[in-house]
Design a protein around this ligand. Structure first.
Ligand SMILES: *Cc1c(COP(=O)(O)O)cnc(C)c1O
Length: 384
């Protein structure tokens, strides 16, 4: 593979010899003629679409896997992968976790006879103790959403392998530009491509990458059978976003590091900032497995009563429920992304009413810092 920046910038390029089109065309056709009774390799668009193929090949190469699959959302990607399991199977899942994943597992898949144990994946003894005879997979997020906890992918994958369990990594927060779990031993990588890969808050998409021919074949079957495949126009938008991923990730990270340091020093925050670069315990593990810290950070305000005036007074950073786009967004997990997690579990995990999650955009750092500063002083005055 060429350098990642080159692979990204050239997605879809030199793929259409007939016209030489630099961007790969969008094939809207849902059905394809069998010329002389023979398939061209394209029959029906749920099964295969030329535009989707280019995206799928790209993500497979970027993640160093064997096959890629584009789905209609990150949740559709997770649901598709969960089709690998059957009634009676058990999965070990990251305790701190994207709220939608928790909801899918607990409120939906549990009804179909799947069982889940939520474990702090930083603690290898706890993970090993949670393995049962019917355990089939470990579902990993690192860094976790929203607390940015770092788990050791390589250690988890080798533990899993010893027990003939597969590993699934949600790589949404770092993208293959910073972290490639398959190189560390993972079997499946999933993405909410709605976030950094798309990068512009304008396309909902999910991706799956598999390693190994048996697993790839099984997921290929599920992808077609379940049918949550990504439409051609969204494939195009996603590829357009991915071309600038490297530039964006570098700037997201540069800004996030500076804001994390600024917030940590602020009197209304009391040092409670969660960002892998500032994580005493997780930093070394993170640096061993990732090429960067990414653009996501969380922090706690000193008092829950500060949250409302602070959020209402932000002028540049938008209070909204997503991440990974060029625009900075701030989220209140307790009422937004993690509202479906029962309060007692949410508090036990640490997603308390003082916690905010910041997706640091690519704006100028001075403007971002100034916005946080003025909203924090307003909240302080308002509250005191
Ligand atoms: C957003 C998100 C998802 C779900 O993806 P959608 O594209 O919103 O369906 C899954 N995992 C993580 C870590 C996310 O941030």
């Amino acid at each position: 593979m060429k350098k990642m920046e080159t692979e990204l910038a050239q997605i879809g390029c030199r793929r259409e010899p007939k016209t030489g089109s630099i961007n790969f065309p969008v094939y809207f056709a849902t059905a394809y003629e069998h010329v002389g009774g023979v398939s061209t390799g394209y029959d029906y668009t749920r099964t295969a679409n030329p535009t989707r193929d280019v995206l799928q090949e790209s993500i497979a190469r970027l993640e160093q896997g064997d096959e890629g699959f584009a789905c209609s959302s990150g949740m559709a990607a997770i649901q598709t992968v969960m089709g690998l399991f059957s009634q009676g199977d058990h999965l070990i899942v990251s305790l701190d976790l994207y709220g939608g994943t928790y909801r899918l597992f607990e409120e939906n898949l549990r009804r179909f006879g799947l069982d889940f144990s939520y474990v702090d994946l930083r603690n290898m003894d706890e993970v090993e103790n949670a393995i049962q005879a019917n355990t089939r997979a470990i579902f990993i997020e690192t860094p976790t959403n929203p607390l940015m906890q770092v788990a050791d992918i390589q250690a988890l994958c080798s533990l899993a392998r010893r027990h003939q369990i597969i590993t699934i990594v949600d790589n949404t927060f770092l993208t293959p530009y910073f972290q490639r779990p398959i190189e560390l031993g993972a079997d499946v990588v999933i993405h909410s491509a709605t976030k950094y890969l798309g990068g512009h808050n304008d396309v909902l998409a999910g991706l799956i990458v598999t390693k190994g021919s048996e697993l790839s074949e099984h997921v290929r079957y599920l992808h077609n059978a379940i049918g949550a495949s990504l439409g051609p126009h969204d494939c195009y938008l996603l590829m357009r976003g991915m071309k600038t991923l490297a530039l964006r990730m570098d700037r997201h990270q540069e800004n996030a590091l500076q804001l994390a340091q600024f917030l940590r020093e602020h009197s209304l925050i009391k040092g409670e900032v969660y960002y892998p670069a500032l994580d005493e315990k997780g930093k070394d593990t993170h640096l061993k497995q990732a090429g960067g810290f990414g653009g996501m950070l969380s922090f706690r305000l000193a008092d829950a009563n500060l949250i409302r005036p602070f959020l209402h007074h932000l002028k540049l950073i938008t209070f909204a429920e997503s991440l990974g786009g060029v625009e900075s967004l701030i989220t209140y997990p307790a009422t937004q992304t993690h509202a479906d997690i029962p309060e007692e579990i949410r508090l036990k995990v640490g997603v308390c009413d003082r916690l905010l999650r910041l997706s640091v955009g690519i704006e100028h750092i001075d403007d971002l810092r100034a916005d946080l500063e003025q909203a924090l002083s307003y909240a302080n005055e308002y509250y005191s």
